[in-house]
Structures are given as C-alpha cells and as structure tokens.
Design a protein around this ligand. Structure first.
Ligand SMILES: Cc1ncc(COP(=O)(O)O)c(C=O)c1O
Length: 424
C-alpha cells in the first residue's frame, strides 16, 4: 500500500468476511470428489422455455434492442408485467407509473433503499435473510433491526412444515421505533420455503400502516407456491399505498443470468426507485427485457405458470425422498426451490481436519464442508443468513437448491446415502 493510504478500500468492502458463495464454490472446485453435485447456489440446471429463448435470439437481430432502453424499462415489458399482475390486484396497474424495470431484483432492491433510506434510518429484516439485503441497506447508511423467524421446536427430530417457522409479533413490535423507515418481507421465503399466511401478512401490514413504514415485499419466487399465496400489496388500500413489490424475471423464467427484475408499487414511491436506478446503472439489458416481455405475454397461454409449479414441486418431492431413507428431518417447503434439512443427527468425526476458516464458523459450515469433501455434494450453510446472536437457531440445518436436472437430483441422493454411517 502506498504511504498516503489513498489506495485503502472503503470499509463497506474491506471489512467483509469471505462470503458463503466463495467458500462453498471454492471448496467445491477443490475437492477430489469430482464432478461435484452442486446444489448450493440457486441457479437453474436447465434452460428457460423455448418461446422465451427464441424471443431473446430474435431481439438480438433488432437494432433498437441492442441499444439503451429507457431508464424505467422497455415499454413493452412494463406493459406485459402490468397486464400479468393486474388480475391479482383487481384493478389495472399503470405500466407508466407503477412499474419500473431493474437489473435483477437485487439492483431493484438497492434502488429502493437508495431512494428512501437516509443515514440513521432503520430497516427491519427477518432472519434468515437473503444476504444481499444487508449491504444494500448499509450502503445508503441504514441501520438494520433484526427479527428472527423461530424454527419449529421439533425441527431436529421430526419433519415439519415451513409454515412452522414463526414470527414473535411482540419481538417485531419492539423492533419498530420512530426511526423505522422500511421493513423487508420475503415470501415465498429463501431459504426457509415459508409462504407467509394472510394472517401473518395482515399483522405485519397493520403494524406498518400504524407506524407509516414502507414495505419492501420481495416476491421473487412468486410463481412457485404449493399452498395458497397472498401478495402483500393486495391486502388493503392502506397496505398497498406502502408496498413496493419486488419481482425477478430471472427466477420466473429460469434465467438468473439475464439480470432482469422489476419493482411495482404506488406511483409516488416508484418514481423515486426509478430515480435511484437511473443514477446506479441508468438502464437494464435491452434484448433480454424484450425477451422477458414475450415471456409475460405468452406464459399463461403456453401453460408455463402451471408447468413451473408442477415441475419444481416434483423435483422437490423427488429429492426429499432421500431424507426419509436416512431418517433426517427437513422443513417441507410451501414455496420456492430450496429445502432446509436438519442434520443434528449427523455425527461429524471428532478429529476431522476442518480448515481454520471453516472450523471458526458455526456447525453448519462444518457440515457443508464435510458434505463437499466426503459426499461430493455442495449445499449452503444457512447461518450465513443470520446475525451472530441468532446463528445458533440454524446451525444444524443445510440448504439444498432443487432447481437441477432430475439426473443430478438422483446422483445427489445416491451420494447422500453415504451419510448413513455417520447418523446415530
Ligand atoms: C430472496 C431473494 N431475493 C432476491 C434475489 C435476487 O434476484 P435477482 O437474481 O433477480 O437479482 C434472490 C436470489 O437468489 C433471492 O433469493
């Protein structure tokens, strides 16, 4: 480093410990058990449907599709999203003022926090959380107030429902202060697979109305639910007025690398999200916006929304068969494509040579390391999605992503059967 220290990085990036994705992906790449079965990160092991892929290829041949899109998004995509979502709200969504296109849900959420959070403002986040929320809130100077979802008490011994991960509403009320500016909800939830019930959402919504708190409802898995799904913004006009709904075409159409997302909400909130987005990246990938527009225009007629639920649920059931064989309990997901498995019964060898950066982390990191080294299966330790104080709640769980080809799921099951000898 130069003597002046001017090359020193900002604290927001230099203080970060190694992120879970790098730890797991590096371990997966280095293990002698190759090829690894990677059920860690939530990317799809298969392509978007043909009608959307074809639309993307065609878009590349069009001059305008290879140039900047308007900062708020391509009119065709905004219209397609407004048309696709209006039936859920029982009114016509205005594509010009109530929808804004972003570079994935991630950049959409960053834009929302940049739009509303001032230094010292508080944002409530439930644990476990999608890790990106944290830095996105901290960048504009926000302070995070954490409220844990409580796992089912019998989680280590019995398979339970993701619905059994519950909110203590007294804890939530205590977390709300006059400085609370926003709350983040995620339903269907990553990594729990919980679909918040209408009653739970109403209680959260009522608290937000009482305290005038903006609700960022992260609904990126909104097409993957296996029980009735309630959208936060549809609960009442008072709640709708405060709600920014986050969507992801990457999640909807199996194209996480396309980086197309959006925010929907009241015009007087969306305009500031768009303003922040303009300053962050100006506009989002044009040809893929066009392809996503075709996706929303045709998905219903193609039967894609029912197909995606049917196929993903079948993958979930296929994969989870192995836990019955092994006698390991899991949390049955009501939505999304992640499953949390409780591995308290897995006895790790006392003298196992964990590297220091794993040995110093909670037990789920050791479990994940062991699965990679001994079984050749990569999965995610969920305490990464907790603060230190609450990490113990999830230290026996491991998260698997089932959005992989069926053969991959079968191979994973075969390998995981090797856990039998470590289970007591
Ligand atoms: C809960 C949740 N929100 C947002 C995202 C990010 O979505 P996108 O890929 O559209 O940025 C993810 C991705 O894993 C997620 O799990």
């Amino acid at each position: 480093m130069s003597g002046s220290g001017k090359l020193k990085p900002a604290a927001r990036v230099s203080g970060q410990k190694q992120d879970v994705w790098s730890i797991i992906n590096e371990a997966a790449a280095a293990t002698p058990k190759q090829p690894i079965v990677n059920m860690g990160q939530g990317f799809f092991g298969y392509n978007p449907p043909d009608f959307i892929l074809e639309a993307a290829k065609k878009a590349l041949d069009r001059v305008d599709c290879n140039q900047y899109s308007p900062t708020k998004g391509r009119p065709r995509l905004k219209r397609a999203i407004a048309d696709a979502y209006s039936p859920f709200c029982g009114r016509k969504i205005d594509p010009e003022t109530e929808v804004t296109i972003t570079t994935g849900a991630n950049e959409g959420m960053l834009s929302a926090f940049m739009a509303f959070v001032e230094p010292g403002d508080e944002v409530i986040v439930f644990e476990p959380f999608f890790d990106q929320y944290i830095s996105n809130i901290e960048m504009p100077g926000g302070t995070i107030k954490y409220v844990p979802l409580h796992p089912p008490e019998t989680g280590a011994t019995k398979t339970s429902s993701a619905a059994d991960w519950t909110i203590d509403f007294d804890e939530l009320e205590r977390a709300m202060t006059p400085r609370t500016k926003m709350i983040v909800i995620n339903t269907p939830h990553n990594p729990v697979g919980k679909v918040f019930s209408k009653e739970e959402l109403e209680k959260i919504g009522d608290l937000c109305v009482k305290n005038e708190v903006i609700i960022l409802s992260d609904e990126v898995y909104d097409r993957l639910y296996y029980v009735p799904f309630t959208r936060m913004s549809t609960l009442s006009p008072e709640i709708e007025r405060l709600t920014l709904t986050v969507g992801s075409a990457g999640k909807n159409f199996y194209a996480t690398g396309w980086r197309v997302g959006w925010l929907m909400g009241p015009a007087d909130l969306i305009k500031y999200v768009s303003a922040a987005h303009t300053r962050i990246c100006f506009s989002s990938v044009s040809p893929l916006q066009e392809a996503c527009a075709v996706g929303f225009e045709q998905a219903e007629a193609e039967g894609f929304w029912t197909q995606t639920v049917r196929e993903t649920k079948a993958k979930m059931d296929r994969f989870n068969e192995v836990w019955g064989e092994l006698g390991l309990p899991y949390s049955e997901p009501d939505g999304g494509y992640f499953v949390l498995v409780n591995m308290k019964k897995v006895k790790l060898p006392a003298d196992y040579p964990f590297p220091a950066h794993v040995a110093s982390r909670p037990r789920d990191f050791k479990l994940a390391w062991f699965l990679i080294q001994e079984m050749g299966v990569a999965a995610i330790p969920p305490t990464e999605f907790y603060t230190e104080g609450n990490a113990h709640l999830a230290e026996d769980y491991i998260r698997f992503a089932v959005c992989k080809e069926d053969e991959v799921l079968e191979e994973a099951k075969e390998r995981l059967r090797g856990l039998k000898k470590y289970i007591q």
